[in-house]
Design a protein around this ligand. Structure first.
Ligand code: HEC
Length: 159
């Protein structure tokens, strides 16, 4: 009797979190994946806004702030985001909650190359951002292009 009730308790303890997970997924498939990758992009975007603002002269150049922004981008560029992109989480399957195009999964090599280009540009920017406005301006083009290269092929554009 005691044994049965204990195993029932164990079973209940194991079922509850599982039920919660399944419930969350059926409500909104891949919601946490979308949050993770869109949050990743938001962090990148937040930091490049500082660098772009300085490059354009809209924000006064500040070596320390520039270096922080560039270091943040380089650090997050080092994250392996592959778990955020499960097959079946494209905008064809999930609709307008994501702008990830199916071509990401049809052309994984191309997607991987776009990541490599971004990482290279992010590292390059981190090497120069604190070294003066001219140096920062030299790094912003390649970095901005690395976003655009990927978005052009792999992200749904909003017209
Ligand atoms: C290797 C591909 C790739 C690179 C590199 C990349 N992005 Fe993205 N980005 C995407 C994809 C795909 C999406 C759509 C994600 C989704 O909606 O699920 C996206 C979405 C975004 C979003 C929208 C996030 C949201 O809340 O929906 C912003 C902002 C963004 N990217 C900025 C940037 C910036 C800035 C850079 C470069 C510094 C960059 N991205 C580099 C592929 C990339």
């Amino acid at each position: 009797m005691r044994l049965i009730s204990r195993s029932l308790l164990v079973a209940a303890a194991m079922t509850l979190p599982l039920a919660a997970t399944v419930q969350g997924q059926s409500d909104s498939p891949y919601q946490s994946h979308l949050k993770a990758r869109q949050g990743f992009m938001s962090i990148v975007s937040f930091n490049i806004a500082t660098l772009g603002g300085m490059a354009r002269g809209n924000i006064a150049y500040d070596a320390e702030a520039a270096q922080t922004a560039a270091d943040n981008i380089a650090a997050i560029a080092g994250v392996d985001t592959s778990p955020f992109w499960p097959e079946g989480s494209d905008n064809g399957a999930l609709g307008d909650r994501t702008r990830a195009l199916p071509v990401i999964w049809e052309n994984p090599e191309g997607f991987g190359e776009a990541w490599t280009g971004f990482r290279t540009a992010a590292t390059g920017m981190a090497e120069v951002a604190g070294g003066g406005l001219a140096a920062l301006r030299g790094g912003i083009g390649p970095l901005g292009n690395s976003c655009g290269n990927c978005h052009e092929d792999f992200r749904q554009s909003i017209d």
